[in-house]
Design a protein. Structure first.
Length: 277
Protein backbone atom coordinates (compact mmCIF):
# COMPACT_ATOMS: atom_id res chain seq x y z
CA UNK A 1 0.00 0.00 0.00
CA UNK A 2 1.93 3.01 -1.29
CA UNK A 3 -0.79 5.65 -1.54
CA UNK A 4 -0.14 8.37 1.03
CA UNK A 5 -3.76 9.49 0.96
CA UNK A 6 -4.94 5.98 1.84
CA UNK A 7 -2.54 5.83 4.76
CA UNK A 8 -3.75 9.18 6.07
CA UNK A 9 -7.32 7.89 6.05
CA UNK A 10 -6.27 4.71 7.89
CA UNK A 11 -4.59 6.92 10.49
CA UNK A 12 -7.75 8.99 10.90
CA UNK A 13 -9.96 5.91 11.18
CA UNK A 14 -7.78 4.40 13.93
CA UNK A 15 -7.70 7.75 15.75
CA UNK A 16 -11.51 7.98 15.67
CA UNK A 17 -12.04 4.36 16.67
CA UNK A 18 -9.66 4.72 19.60
CA UNK A 19 -11.37 7.98 20.56
CA UNK A 20 -14.67 6.11 20.94
CA UNK A 21 -12.94 3.34 22.90
CA UNK A 22 -11.21 5.76 25.28
CA UNK A 23 -14.42 7.68 25.84
CA UNK A 24 -15.99 4.46 27.13
CA UNK A 25 -13.26 3.58 29.65
CA UNK A 26 -13.97 3.50 33.35
CA UNK A 27 -11.87 5.89 35.45
CA UNK A 28 -9.80 3.07 36.94
CA UNK A 29 -8.99 1.62 33.50
CA UNK A 30 -6.86 4.65 32.62
CA UNK A 31 -4.43 3.46 35.33
CA UNK A 32 -4.21 -0.17 34.19
CA UNK A 33 -0.61 -1.16 33.29
CA UNK A 34 -0.32 -1.16 29.51
CA UNK A 35 1.45 -3.58 27.19
CA UNK A 36 4.11 -0.89 26.73
CA UNK A 37 6.79 -1.06 29.42
CA UNK A 38 6.72 1.68 32.09
CA UNK A 39 3.35 3.09 30.99
CA UNK A 40 -0.20 2.87 32.22
CA UNK A 41 -3.02 3.20 29.67
CA UNK A 42 -3.27 6.94 30.32
CA UNK A 43 0.45 7.36 29.72
CA UNK A 44 0.13 5.73 26.29
CA UNK A 45 -2.65 8.20 25.46
CA UNK A 46 -0.39 11.02 26.63
CA UNK A 47 2.36 9.71 24.34
CA UNK A 48 0.00 9.63 21.36
CA UNK A 49 -1.30 13.13 22.08
CA UNK A 50 2.19 14.58 22.52
CA UNK A 51 3.56 12.78 19.47
CA UNK A 52 0.78 14.14 17.24
CA UNK A 53 1.54 17.67 18.45
CA UNK A 54 5.30 17.31 17.97
CA UNK A 55 4.75 15.94 14.47
CA UNK A 56 2.48 18.83 13.52
CA UNK A 57 5.00 21.35 14.81
CA UNK A 58 7.85 19.70 12.90
CA UNK A 59 5.92 19.56 9.64
CA UNK A 60 4.80 23.19 9.93
CA UNK A 61 8.43 24.24 10.48
CA UNK A 62 9.50 22.05 7.56
CA UNK A 63 7.13 23.98 5.33
CA UNK A 64 8.87 27.14 6.53
CA UNK A 65 12.23 25.72 5.50
CA UNK A 66 13.32 24.80 9.04
CA UNK A 67 14.54 21.21 9.33
CA UNK A 68 17.30 21.62 11.92
CA UNK A 69 17.26 20.44 15.51
CA UNK A 70 15.89 22.94 18.05
CA UNK A 71 18.60 24.80 19.95
CA UNK A 72 17.64 23.03 23.17
CA UNK A 73 17.92 19.57 21.57
CA UNK A 74 20.63 17.19 22.78
CA UNK A 75 21.23 13.96 20.93
CA UNK A 76 19.76 11.19 23.12
CA UNK A 77 21.57 7.99 23.97
CA UNK A 78 19.77 5.09 22.29
CA UNK A 79 19.98 2.93 25.39
CA UNK A 80 18.16 5.48 27.55
CA UNK A 81 15.80 7.05 25.00
CA UNK A 82 12.84 4.82 25.84
CA UNK A 83 13.13 5.55 29.55
CA UNK A 84 13.44 9.27 28.88
CA UNK A 85 10.37 9.24 26.62
CA UNK A 86 8.42 7.32 29.25
CA UNK A 87 9.21 9.91 31.93
CA UNK A 88 8.34 12.78 29.60
CA UNK A 89 4.91 11.38 28.73
CA UNK A 90 4.08 10.39 32.31
CA UNK A 91 4.83 13.97 33.37
CA UNK A 92 2.77 15.35 30.48
CA UNK A 93 -0.19 13.22 31.58
CA UNK A 94 0.03 14.71 35.06
CA UNK A 95 0.17 18.23 33.64
CA UNK A 96 -2.80 17.66 31.33
CA UNK A 97 -4.96 16.18 34.09
CA UNK A 98 -8.60 16.11 32.99
CA UNK A 99 -7.62 17.57 29.61
CA UNK A 100 -5.77 14.41 28.49
CA UNK A 101 -8.61 13.02 26.39
CA UNK A 102 -9.33 16.36 24.71
CA UNK A 103 -5.60 16.78 23.97
CA UNK A 104 -5.60 13.40 22.21
CA UNK A 105 -8.64 14.41 20.13
CA UNK A 106 -7.57 17.99 19.37
CA UNK A 107 -3.93 17.19 18.52
CA UNK A 108 -4.89 14.42 16.12
CA UNK A 109 -7.57 16.58 14.51
CA UNK A 110 -4.95 19.29 13.93
CA UNK A 111 -2.51 16.73 12.52
CA UNK A 112 -5.10 15.18 10.20
CA UNK A 113 -5.98 18.59 8.74
CA UNK A 114 -2.29 19.35 8.26
CA UNK A 115 -1.61 16.03 6.52
CA UNK A 116 -4.60 16.57 4.21
CA UNK A 117 -3.26 20.02 3.27
CA UNK A 118 0.10 18.74 1.96
CA UNK A 119 0.34 18.67 -1.83
CA UNK A 120 2.07 15.90 -3.73
CA UNK A 121 5.08 18.17 -4.30
CA UNK A 122 5.43 18.89 -0.58
CA UNK A 123 5.83 15.29 0.61
CA UNK A 124 9.60 15.45 0.05
CA UNK A 125 9.92 18.53 2.27
CA UNK A 126 12.63 17.93 4.94
CA UNK A 127 11.21 17.94 8.48
CA UNK A 128 13.03 17.47 11.77
CA UNK A 129 12.71 14.19 13.69
CA UNK A 130 14.40 13.64 17.07
CA UNK A 131 15.57 10.11 16.33
CA UNK A 132 16.40 10.36 12.63
CA UNK A 133 17.25 14.00 11.98
CA UNK A 134 15.84 15.58 8.81
CA UNK A 135 13.36 13.25 7.10
CA UNK A 136 10.94 13.80 4.19
CA UNK A 137 7.45 14.80 5.31
CA UNK A 138 5.99 11.61 3.81
CA UNK A 139 7.96 9.52 6.33
CA UNK A 140 5.96 11.15 9.11
CA UNK A 141 2.83 9.52 7.69
CA UNK A 142 4.35 6.06 8.20
CA UNK A 143 5.63 7.02 11.65
CA UNK A 144 2.17 8.14 12.79
CA UNK A 145 0.62 5.00 11.32
CA UNK A 146 3.17 2.94 13.22
CA UNK A 147 2.49 4.76 16.49
CA UNK A 148 -1.26 4.30 16.22
CA UNK A 149 -1.32 0.66 15.11
CA UNK A 150 1.03 -0.46 17.89
CA UNK A 151 -0.19 1.77 20.72
CA UNK A 152 -3.86 1.13 19.90
CA UNK A 153 -3.03 -2.53 20.58
CA UNK A 154 -1.06 -1.60 23.72
CA UNK A 155 -4.18 0.00 25.15
CA UNK A 156 -6.79 -2.54 24.07
CA UNK A 157 -4.75 -5.61 24.95
CA UNK A 158 -4.19 -4.24 28.45
CA UNK A 159 -7.91 -4.20 29.17
CA UNK A 160 -9.39 -6.86 26.88
CA UNK A 161 -8.37 -10.33 25.71
CA UNK A 162 -7.83 -11.87 22.26
CA UNK A 163 -6.99 -8.45 20.82
CA UNK A 164 -5.33 -8.23 17.42
CA UNK A 165 -3.68 -5.32 15.67
CA UNK A 166 -5.91 -3.19 13.47
CA UNK A 167 -6.44 -5.29 10.34
CA UNK A 168 -5.98 -2.64 7.66
CA UNK A 169 -3.35 -0.75 9.67
CA UNK A 170 -1.23 -3.86 10.24
CA UNK A 171 -1.21 -4.61 6.51
CA UNK A 172 -0.02 -1.07 5.76
CA UNK A 173 2.59 -1.29 8.52
CA UNK A 174 4.30 -4.32 6.97
CA UNK A 175 5.94 -2.10 4.38
CA UNK A 176 7.90 -0.16 7.03
CA UNK A 177 8.47 -2.88 9.65
CA UNK A 178 11.88 -3.88 8.29
CA UNK A 179 13.09 -0.29 8.54
CA UNK A 180 11.98 -0.24 12.17
CA UNK A 181 13.67 -3.59 12.83
CA UNK A 182 16.93 -2.13 11.49
CA UNK A 183 16.67 0.76 13.95
CA UNK A 184 16.33 -1.59 16.93
CA UNK A 185 19.62 -3.44 16.43
CA UNK A 186 22.01 -3.24 19.38
CA UNK A 187 25.35 -5.11 19.20
CA UNK A 188 25.56 -7.84 21.81
CA UNK A 189 26.91 -11.34 22.36
CA UNK A 190 28.96 -12.32 19.32
CA UNK A 191 28.75 -15.80 17.81
CA UNK A 192 31.45 -17.49 15.68
CA UNK A 193 29.36 -17.40 12.50
CA UNK A 194 26.37 -15.57 11.15
CA UNK A 195 22.96 -16.75 12.26
CA UNK A 196 20.14 -16.58 9.74
CA UNK A 197 16.63 -15.97 11.04
CA UNK A 198 14.07 -16.51 8.27
CA UNK A 199 10.64 -14.89 8.62
CA UNK A 200 7.85 -16.19 6.38
CA UNK A 201 5.08 -13.65 6.96
CA UNK A 202 1.48 -14.37 5.93
CA UNK A 203 2.99 -16.84 3.43
CA UNK A 204 3.67 -13.82 1.22
CA UNK A 205 7.10 -13.47 -0.48
CA UNK A 206 6.67 -9.69 -0.48
CA UNK A 207 6.83 -9.50 3.31
CA UNK A 208 9.12 -12.46 4.02
CA UNK A 209 12.82 -11.91 4.63
CA UNK A 210 16.04 -13.07 6.27
CA UNK A 211 17.78 -11.39 9.19
CA UNK A 212 21.48 -12.32 9.25
CA UNK A 213 23.75 -11.36 12.16
CA UNK A 214 26.73 -12.45 14.23
CA UNK A 215 26.00 -10.02 17.06
CA UNK A 216 28.22 -7.17 15.89
CA UNK A 217 26.71 -6.47 12.46
CA UNK A 218 23.53 -7.43 10.67
CA UNK A 219 21.72 -7.28 7.36
CA UNK A 220 18.12 -7.77 6.31
CA UNK A 221 17.63 -9.33 2.89
CA UNK A 222 14.89 -10.96 0.86
CA UNK A 223 14.67 -14.72 1.46
CA UNK A 224 18.05 -15.92 0.23
CA UNK A 225 19.98 -19.10 -0.51
CA UNK A 226 21.56 -18.94 2.97
CA UNK A 227 20.64 -21.91 5.14
CA UNK A 228 18.61 -20.55 8.07
CA UNK A 229 19.23 -21.68 11.64
CA UNK A 230 15.53 -21.10 12.25
CA UNK A 231 12.52 -20.43 10.04
CA UNK A 232 9.60 -18.61 11.62
CA UNK A 233 6.22 -19.03 9.94
CA UNK A 234 3.80 -16.42 11.29
CA UNK A 235 0.88 -14.19 10.49
CA UNK A 236 1.51 -10.45 10.26
CA UNK A 237 0.05 -9.76 13.70
CA UNK A 238 2.54 -12.04 15.47
CA UNK A 239 5.38 -10.79 13.28
CA UNK A 240 4.69 -7.13 14.01
CA UNK A 241 4.22 -7.72 17.74
CA UNK A 242 7.61 -9.46 17.78
CA UNK A 243 9.38 -6.80 15.71
CA UNK A 244 7.93 -4.02 17.87
CA UNK A 245 8.98 -5.76 21.07
CA UNK A 246 5.53 -6.73 22.37
CA UNK A 247 6.13 -10.48 22.50
CA UNK A 248 9.35 -12.31 23.29
CA UNK A 249 11.05 -14.46 20.67
CA UNK A 250 12.29 -16.89 23.32
CA UNK A 251 8.89 -17.37 24.98
CA UNK A 252 7.75 -20.95 24.44
CA UNK A 253 4.14 -19.88 23.89
CA UNK A 254 5.26 -17.38 21.25
CA UNK A 255 7.39 -20.02 19.53
CA UNK A 256 4.40 -22.35 19.46
CA UNK A 257 2.13 -19.67 17.99
CA UNK A 258 4.70 -18.81 15.35
CA UNK A 259 5.34 -22.35 14.09
CA UNK A 260 9.12 -22.44 14.04
CA UNK A 261 11.36 -24.89 12.23
CA UNK A 262 15.00 -25.34 13.24
CA UNK A 263 16.96 -24.45 16.36
CA UNK A 264 14.65 -22.54 18.73
CA UNK A 265 17.57 -21.77 21.05
CA UNK A 266 18.98 -19.15 18.65
CA UNK A 267 15.92 -16.98 19.28
CA UNK A 268 17.62 -15.78 22.48
CA UNK A 269 20.16 -13.98 20.28
CA UNK A 270 17.49 -12.35 18.15
CA UNK A 271 15.83 -11.10 21.30
CA UNK A 272 19.14 -9.71 22.61
CA UNK A 273 20.21 -8.03 19.37
CA UNK A 274 16.84 -6.61 18.29
CA UNK A 275 15.37 -5.24 21.48
CA UNK A 276 12.75 -2.87 20.16
CA UNK A 277 12.66 0.79 21.21
Amino acid sequence: MDNIGERIEIINRIVKRLEVYLNGLQDNEWSVPSQCDLWEVGDVVSHLAGGAKRQSDSMVKGRQGIAEAPQSFSNPDASTMSTGNARRDIEQRKNLGNNLFSAYVDNHTELYELLKSFSEEEWDTPCWHARRGAIPAKDYVDLRLQELVIHDWDIRASIGSDVNLDEEGSLALLSVAQTWLSMTFRPGSEVPRNLCFRFLVDQQPTYSHDVISNGSTFKITPVSSTEPQITINCDRHSYLLLVYGRILASNKQTVSQMNTQGDDSVLQYFEEWFKGL
